[in-house]
Design a protein around this ligand. Structure first.
Ligand SMILES: *Cc1c(COP(=O)(O)O)cnc(C)c1O
Length: 357
């Protein structure tokens, strides 16, 4: 099998050795002669997996005391609803920073339960920048942010200084760089962008922030349900948790978040440098807000589209077609994408430039 350079935006590339270990565990897990996916989630062998996955999250991100780590279902999209249920007071309000499609969807769910104050929006320029210097209403119950805008290729380089609790959707940049968990009352992230396969969603939540809304919360939406039962209130997504655990172990073995942050910076610099220096390409996101995870760019001459498409396809590059809301191209450079894959793309762009520039 020739090597495919997988730039998929999500579900995304995972380390080869993780895929190999995961496929072995599907046949014979821990030498039990049973599959990982056919044993009880209450068995000792699976409880060890869950415990280890949670411990790795805490270790890799330096999660302080007083926070719980949960692996739940429903995707980040159900997280959009869990946020107001668990953090917006009955009759209260919440502040949202509107930086793209996902931020907007999160905001929409909160309007079901109370007043939403949009502190700023970059919709006026098709979300190609991160608004700055906005006012955060002191009376709101929390500020919701989306740290990386997967579709538009922008990323928050600084977490807003806020007197009210901050809640962050980190689906597409968690574990890509160091963060300070104590700046947040909650972080949540679908696994399939940087941590594992689709099917589980990570929640890192400050215990003392819960139980204060005065509202009835449906059992499965109540984060306290899951904290009390250590992510085992109902059957957890065992395969997704296992593969996430393997991926986090891979990250730890290679040097952790500090290591990957450096690699991710190298990859992003390599690609953005080519986008900026090659006259046939143009980045779509505001330079200072560019995402290190998802680079969005277009051709300066749309007439050359078929030529460029033929060239990257011939180089075994996959998954760089842009999202329909932006057009052009999007190269997603998640943790498991090696530098050599970015180099392969840059080589094609250079060759394209020489041929048609
Ligand atoms: C992909 C994505 C989502 C949606 O995640 P699901 O797990 O599919 O619900 C939410 N937020 C961001 C930032 C994303 O990239």
């Amino acid at each position: 099998m020739s090597k495919v350079h997988n730039f998929s935006a999500g579900p995304c590339i995972l380390p080869q050795e993780v895929l190999k270990q995961a496929s072995e565990a599907v046949i014979n897990f821990n030498n039990l002669n049973l599959s990982l996916i056919e044993i009880s989630h209450r068995s000792k062998d699976f409880i060890e997996v869950m415990d280890k996955a949670q411990a790795l999250v805490k270790e890799l991100l330096g999660v302080p005391e007083g926070y719980s780590v949960l692996f739940l279902q429903g995707g980040a999209s159900l997280g959009f609803l869990k946020v107001p249920y668990n953090f917006m007071k009955q009759g209260g309000s919440a502040a949202y920073l509107n930086t793209g499609t996902w931020a907007n969807k999160a905001q929409k769910e909160a309007t079901r339960l109370g007043e939403v104050i949009e502190v700023a929006s970059s919709k006026d320029k098709n979300y190609n920048y991160i608004p700055k210097n906005f006012q955060i209403p002191g009376g709101a119950d929390y500020l919701h942010i989306t740290t990386n805008n997967t579709i538009f290729g922008t990323q928050l380089k600084n977490i807003p200084i806020s007197r009210i609790p901050v809640i962050a959707d980190m689906s597409s940049d968690i574990f890509s760089k160091k963060i300070n968990v104590s700046q947040f009352d909650m972080i949540y992230a679908g696994a399939q962008k940087n941590m594992g396969p689709a099917g589980t969603t990570l929640y890192i939540v400050k215990d003392s922030a819960l139980g204060k809304t005065g509202r009835e919360i449906p059992t499965m939406l109540d984060l306290q349900t899951h904290i009390k039962k250590e992510s085992m209130f109902n059957t957890p997504p065992v395969f997704a948790v296992y593969v996430s655990m393997l991926t986090l172990q891979w990250l730890k073995d290679n040097g952790g978040v500090e290591w990957i942050e450096g690699v991710n910076q190298q990859k992003a610099d390599l690609l953005y440098n080519e986008i900026d220096n090659n006259p046939l390409f143009e980045g779509t996101a505001n330079t200072v807000d560019r995402s290190n995870m998802n680079a969005t760019f277009v051709l300066t001459n749309e007439g050359l589209k078929d030529e460029f498409d033929k060239m990257w396809q011939a180089a075994n590059i996959s998954g760089i077609k842009g999202h329909r809301d932006v057009g052009g191209y999007r190269a997603s450079m998640y943790n498991a994408l090696p530098l050599e894959s970015v180099q392969a793309l840059v080589d094609v762009m250079k060759e394209f430039g020489q041929k048609f520039g």
